[in-house]
Design a binder for this molecule. Structure first.
Ligand code: CAA
Length: 381
């Protein structure tokens, strides 16, 4: 990939891959089986500066650009999807701050994020998933403060993160134009968390409701102008849906690696199953789809870095394409491993379960297609 992918990115890939193999992969199965937080991965990523590498250098981060962030998430996801949500969620939670925060807010929160605080994103509600603007959580002005009440659902890393970007309605009569964004801290009075969701995959990543019981915060926690929150939330997703594409790409690559190795080792009818064209064609298709997803994801990352005008289309397209590829590739990997693929001796069944979520969160793939359709005129080719 010469145009998109220089030697510095290759060096980053190699170092993240080495860390993932050594410090994350050995725990991936246990994390999944016991639905436990991948603490080993969190520690390893934090000490290597990879848990929130996108934080600018001036605030103590690595200043990783969008392509570097993608490569970090991809390489972690290759061995453990749940662990790859640590850098992905930290980016999702903090992009609104990076886009709309003032210098004081950035200094305070990005510095703590680089030091390991964790930053989650609170957009979805029980009755407002795809229709995000239908949110009921309210923020009411009270002198110099805001009082937030309501609840958010399916919040990744809830309870682990110290900080939360919360989208709330400040003018319910105005729909999308009456939504504002705030930073809420886990320690704010009135913040609490629901039970851990029992999920099909990504079992190591905590997903919980977040409750706001008249949480009083000062106006300096507001991100951007009152009423600009929905547009900020959408702009954020333009940058972060690419990280879900990266995650899907990593999961697909991880499953492909296992399936290819297995196909060479597994003997049936006195020869490796790789020698059968039926299996060769499956692996060829898998590799082709992964490479196409990688090219699209990296192209979208470059557009994110440059804030290009067709970013919204490319972000949705990369997320939709790469996650559909991950579902197909992981399902085919299970098929190639047959009975061994369906049991947890090999990681491909976990990867197949993990892949499913990538087609759903940060906007279902139906919503991605809607976003693409609405942005067809931005395409320059
Ligand atoms: N950038 C800037 N502004 C944008 C925008 C973008 N990409 N997309 C929309 N807007 C603006 C619009 O311009 C519009 O403002 P104007 O009226 O001033 O033009 C306003 O926002 C409303 O836009 P729409 O009319 O398009 O809004 P809509 O109600 O039709 O909804 C939607 C659009 C695309 C369906 C949106 O609701 C959506 O993306 N839904 C999916 C939600 C989602 O992705 N949730 C993910 C949760 S996070 C998560 O899953 C994380 C995790 O666990 C890891």
């Amino acid at each position: 990939m010469p145009a998109l992918y220089g030697p510095e990115y290759q060096a980053l890939r190699e170092s993240v891959s080495a860390l993932a193999e050594k410090k994350i992969a050995p725990f991936a199965q246990d994390v999944d089986e016991n639905s436990r937080y991948p603490q080993e991965a969190a520690d390893a990523l934090q000490s290597a500066g990879l848990a929130a590498a996108h934080v600018p250098v001036e605030f103590g981060g690595q200043g990783a650009d969008a392509l570097a962030a993608v490569i970090i998430i991809e390489e972690v996801a290759r061995v453990c999807g749940a662990s790859s949500l640590i850098p992905a969620v930290n980016k999702l939670g903090s992009v609104p701050l990076m886009i709309a925060g003032n210098q004081e807010q950035k200094k305070k929160y990005l510095t703590k994020l680089a030091a390991g605080s964790g930053f989650s994103y609170c957009l979805s509600e029980s009755e407002a998933g795809s229709d995000a603007a239908a949110m009921k959580t309210k923020a009411v002005k009270d002198g110099d403060n805001w009082v937030i009440s309501g609840s958010k659902k399916w919040i990744s890393n809830a309870g682990v993160s110290e900080f939360y970007t919360v989208l709330a309605s400040t003018d319910p009569g105005k729909g999308a134009k009456g939504i504002s964004a705030f930073i809420v801290e886990k320690s704010d009075a009135g913040v609490s968390f629901g039970a851990h969701e029992k999920k099909m995959g990504f079992k190591g990543s905590p997903t919980r409701e977040v409750y706001f019981d008249n949480v009083k915060i000062s106006d300096d926690r507001r991100l951007g102008e009152v009423g600009s929150g929905f547009s900020l939330a959408m702009k954020t997703l333009d940058h972060t849906r690419i990280t879900i594409a990266a995650q899907a790409l990593g999961i697909a690559q991880g499953a492909f690696d296992v399936a290819k190795k297995y196909a060479h080792e597994r003997q049936q009818f006195s020869k490796p199953i790789f020698d059968f064209q039926a299996v060769q064609f499956m692996l060829a298709d898998m590799a082709m789809q992964i490479e196409a997803a990688r090219q699209l994801t990296y192209a979208a990352a470059v557009k994110s870095e440059r804030f290009e005008s067709d970013l919204t289309f490319f972000s949705a397209a990369s997320k939709c394409f790469a996650t559909d590829v991950a579902m197909k590739v992981t399902t085919d990997a299970v098929q190639i491993l047959g009975g061994y693929g369906y049991v947890s001796d090999y990681p491909v069944e976990r990867m197949m379960r993990d892949a499913k979520l990538t087609q759903i969160y940060e906007g279902t793939n139906q919503i991605q297609r809607l976003v693409m359709a609405r942005n067809l005129d931005t395409l320059t080719n």
